[in-house]
Design a protein. Sequence first.
Length: 538
Amino acid sequence: MTSNTTNNMFVPQYNILDDSAVQEKNAPVSLVDKCPKVIASFIDTYGYKPDFIAHSPGRVNLIGEHIDYADFSVLPLSLERDMLCAIKVHDLKENNNPSITLANKDKQRFAGRKFDLPLDGSPINIDPSISDWSNYFKCGLYVAQLYLKEICPEKYNVQPLNGMDVFCQGDVPVGSGLGSSSAIICAVTLGIIRANMGHGYRIPKADLLRITSVAEHYLGVNNGGMDQAASIYGQRGHALCVSFKPELKATPIQFPTMSLDWDIEFIVADTLVEVNKYDTASTNYNLRVVEVIIAANILAMHYGVVMNYDLSSNIRKGNLRDFMNAYLGLHRSQVKFEINDSIESRINQLELMLQLTEECLGDKKNGHTADEVSKALECSKEEFTREYLMLFPIRFQMLKIYKRAKHVYSEALRVIKTLQLFEETNEQTKTNNYTFYHQFGELMNGSQRSCDELYECSSVEIDKLCEIALNNGSYGSRLTGAGWGGSTVHLVPNGPNGCNVEHVKNALIEQYYKLQYPNITQEVLDNAIIVSKAAPGS
Ligand code: NG1
Ligand code: MG
């Protein structure tokens, strides 16, 4: 079938998610383009048409780095890069031996797979020790099946799921911190639910987030749920405020409108330096996690408060958010501001935490030794080692408690100030608010400085990309994701003819990519720079 006929045959309709996406009458431009292609590939592979397409995007974090594991809100955005799964459900009559066939557009990296579904409705087996793309599919399948058992126990506790043929087509770069794994998991989960519950069933987004946020745990990844929240709740023209306490949720916040012929876009530029976040010899994501847990416990000891934390978490120690809540609970009557959820109060709370950090930890700005930490925690070195240093494999010379805590509280404060900026600008209902973007850019730059100087998670390559972008018209430039390599994000105004975006993009190509990687191919370059507005979610 030619792409012309497929073009006419597919009219995207939203009919499974319960809220915003359903109301969106027109499909996003990028999907109008991609859907006919995935349908054509499906037909090429299987010889017949799919029943439907499930879709979920990747994400970039705009501000709020390395604070999700301290339970402070972060501000990601879903990208116009996504995973599409075209699916044909097998005829029920032929379903006495149900199976799933998987094909992927990128056959080279992701070869075809086929597996049977247990006949008695028991869950599929996932082996985290093998690294295969079908494991992500299986994670989606697994949590979808648990959900189906929850809503229709009489059926799904005894019956197998429907068999199906699947064709996956994704353009979220894999392994550069843009949420490719959650894009596939969310798309698959939706697809499985639709394939079994049929066309009329609508899953609430909150349920989809609840079930997918833990899906990667079956592969041994203890992620926090920011990626899935962004993928599911994405909305055109909106960033998302993902918060973790009292529960995981994502609230869309609208970007202020610009004048008619100006628009704002984000450039996401990959350093092309791949990092193994969990490598103890180099970057040490886990060391940061341990340092901020220690910081929370030293603060709690110093100020005589008892932290109240989630016992179900695998780190039963309390974090910097737990310390803040415990401290404010104890000193409610002494603090000079009202404690509530308003932006003003949250700013006051975080400013107070920054003061306490100075007061309690500021005499050791360059770090604590293990002996000094044990003393501050009033425990023996053995106890300290057992309780804190065995949480994850880590190596260190000094524990940079002060710097890490200062980053977390100041970064959480920058997120709140960004929210405040959105709120104030939207209230003014100005249509042409460049001040907003300058101030937002400044906060992004502040985040980058803090990641560099206090959290020490930037790199020469990240710094270079940010410098070039800022010198060529970006309002704000910073690393996104864990850092030490991976991707950067740049806030860029897009004028008539796309002049500024093109200008920044060309500068990055000429001054970074071509110098750093003289033999870079066009294909690698095309994948390294993504220009995207906020895209709709699953
Ligand atoms: P990336 O590098 O985008 O996978 C990681 C963590 C996030 C968050 C950021 C830093 C994983 C799977 N994700 O993101 O939860 O902590 O670093 O803000 O490790
Ligand atoms: Mg991931």
